[in-house]
Design a binder for this molecule. Structure first.
Ligand SMILES: C[S@@+](CC[C@H](N)C(=O)[O-])C[C@H]1O[C@@H](n2cnc3c(N)ncnc32)[C@H](O)[C@@H]1O
Length: 555
């Protein structure tokens, strides 16, 4: 075997897997599994399949997931930069499936960086509802924010907090919570040789203490009747079945829920944890934790039995590196909401005058906004919109994005920019944070005092002189029909890569598709095969490249 596994890990797995052990250990000599998941916020799965430059094979437990041969280098394609898919280990696609987020849900992804499951949840929310995505590591939230933005997510807040502090601000708030827990990473051994070296450092014992604390904290954030999914990428029963059973012992108002089991998944193994409890062994003292003055919690009759309903994904049974997934359902009545599903407090909509068009996320038709678009084919002169109509459009935007106030300059500059450049309503409370403007999907006061990496959908910032610079997040989330100016690049032509490298492009105004009343000069949404990739600023035949420096194509 090419990988040197920790001897203690091998002996434990041998004992538990028995006759299965040989095929489990043989799986370490096979190539690792790689996957991509189509980002349906930007493209339908069928549309992607038709356009895909890759050979793909469906992942049975995730409708939008596909196996890919890594030699096809999915990270080196313009579609990756346009956010059309996320590169994700196949078994890691199951937890967000088990969570079953639906448009309108309020969802917390507590241990979220770098964002594989958050972007999957966001795609399932389809822009409706709220995603609070968090990680305790400040460094890792940078990648989390980047992936959220690259995927065109409009309804997420990115936090860098402890579970306890989030719980203070969001009591009984979320319909669904994902805990993709920090773990000893035994399922990563094939994918990442460093995981073997880290196994001793992030010992099972240390991880179980973190997991127990995280699980205990989230219960108070879940709305009545809500659902938690707990997942790890490790095999140890201390971190899986035992954690679930300890949680159930302390939270009798929860039950293990059914999973939409793939026939390729194996059940949880309560007997492994039970054996450790009986023998007084195991790698975590939590196995023997007792209620004050009482017996060990896991020795209670039937304490571990419900964990058989969890799922284990094994590398020798399914084509995935390995995962443990368990659904925990709150047994209380489903919480009724004062607001319609997906509108948390002061979100746009309820009782307000609302533009006739729904936000265009996910729409395929270009609707009436596109009808007046000029220059589509052959560059006919754009129709002029009169001043009164432009002002009315500005007022409509004002009414649609509710003002949270503070920095008047930023607020005004942002609304003026949106009125001119984004002829489509955006949802959220306009929140000004320093020089930045956000469309915030939650009540802004909930974020006060928290370490926030993104207060919502970042719209842009004001630079010196009051100039509004739209954010890359805004470009990545817009559909072409939502931008006053777009230019279409082809992935088959070198200029798409030139753009992604940050180079200046030169072309005449006839290539700029314009909404009625829009001049050619100004910010242009650059699309690759029709999917937004970033901003450029066009004037006099030159497109100044606004693709962010840290995102550029290298090599
Ligand atoms: C398995 S990784 C998450 C992977 C992520 N869910 C994804 O799909 O891309 C676990 C994460 O938990 C974070 N973490 C560890 N302890 C935490 C805590 N107490 N609260 C929140 N996050 C924590 C780690 O920084 C790490 O990024």
């Amino acid at each position: 075997m090419s990988i040197q596994l920790p001897p203690l890990f091998e002996s434990r797995m041998q004992r538990w897997l028995g006759s299965e052990y040989e095929s489990f250990i043989a799986s370490y000599d096979r190539p690792r599994y790689a996957g991509i998941r189509v980002n349906t916020l930007k493209i339908d799965a069928d549309e992607f399949l038709a356009a895909s430059p890759f050979g793909l094979k469906p992942i049975p437990w995730c409708e939008t997931g596909y196996y890919i041969d890594e030699n096809q280098r999915p990270g080196k394609h313009p579609y990756y930069h346009a956010g059309l898919y996320y590169i994700q280990e196949p078994s890691a696609m199951e937890p967000a499936e088990a969570l079953r987020p639906e448009p309108g849900d309020r969802v917390l992804d507590l241990c979220a960086a770098p964002g594989g499951k958050s972007t999957q949840i966001a795609a399932k929310l389809r822009g409706e509802g709220i995603l609070v995505t968090n990680d305790i590591s400040a460094e890792r939230t940078k990648a989390l924010a980047k992936n959220i933005e690259m995927s065109g997510v409009r309804n997420a807040v990115v936090l860098n907090e402890t579970p306890e502090r989030i719980a203070e601000k969001f009591p009984a708030y979320f319909d669904k919570i994902l805990i993709d827990a920090p773990c000893s990473g035994e399922g990563m051994f094939r994918k990442d040789p460093d995981a073997v070296r880290q196994w001793e450092k992030h010992s099972v014992e240390v991880c179980t203490v973190m997991q127990r604390d995280i699980l205990d904290t989230v219960a108070s954030m879940l709305a009545s009747g809500g659902r938690i999914v707990y997942s790890t990428c490790t095999f140890s029963p201390e971190e899986n079945e035992a954690m679930i059973a300890l949680f159930l012992a302390r939270h009798p108002d929860f039950a293990v829920g059914e999973l939409p089991h793939s026939p390729l998944f194996a059940p949880g193994r309560p007997e492994w944890a039970a054996g450790l409890v009986e023998s007084g062994g195991g790698l975590s003292p939590l196995l023997h934790e007792a209620a004050p003055g009482g017996e060990p919690l896991l020795s209670r009759p039937g304490a571990l039995a419900p964990t058989a309903r969890a799922a284990r994904i094994w590398p020798h049974l399914a084509e995935g590196e390995g995962h443990f997934v368990c659904v925990l359902e709150h047994t209380g009545e489903k919480a009724a909401r004062a607001c319609a599903a997906g509108t948390a407090g002061p979100l746009v909509g309820a009782g307000e005058e609302r533009p006739a068009e729904a936000p265009a996320g996910g729409r395929k038709d270009r609707g009436p906004k596109a009808a007046g678009r000029a220059g589509d084919r052959g560059g006919a002169a754009p129709r002029r919109e009169d001043k009164a109509a432009r002002q009315a459009r500005g007022r409509q935007k004002d009414a649609y994005i509710r003002e949270e106030a503070s920095e008047e300059t930023v607020r005004r500059a942002c609304l003026d920019f949106l009125a001119e450049q984004v002829p489509a309503p955006l949802r959220g409370t306009l929140l000004i944070s320093g020089d930045y403007a956000y469309a915030c999907p939650v009540e802004p006061e909930r974020l006060r005092g928290l370490k926030v990496r993104r207060s919502g959908f970042q719209l842009g910032m004001v630079k010196a002189g009051g100039r509004f610079v739209p954010s890359h997040a805004l470009a990545a989330a817009l559909k072409p029909a939502e931008s006053a100016r777009t230019v279409r690049l082809s992935s088959a032509q070198p200029e798409a890569i030139s753009y992604l490298k940050g180079e200046t492009l030169t072309f005449g105004q006839e290539r700029i598709e314009r909404a009625a009343g829009a001049e050619a000069k100004g910010y242009v949404l650059v699309t690759i095969d029709g999917y937004s990739a970033g901003w450029g600023k066009w004037a006099a035949g030159v497109l100044k490249n606004e693709y962010p420096a840290g995102w550029r194509w290298n090599g």
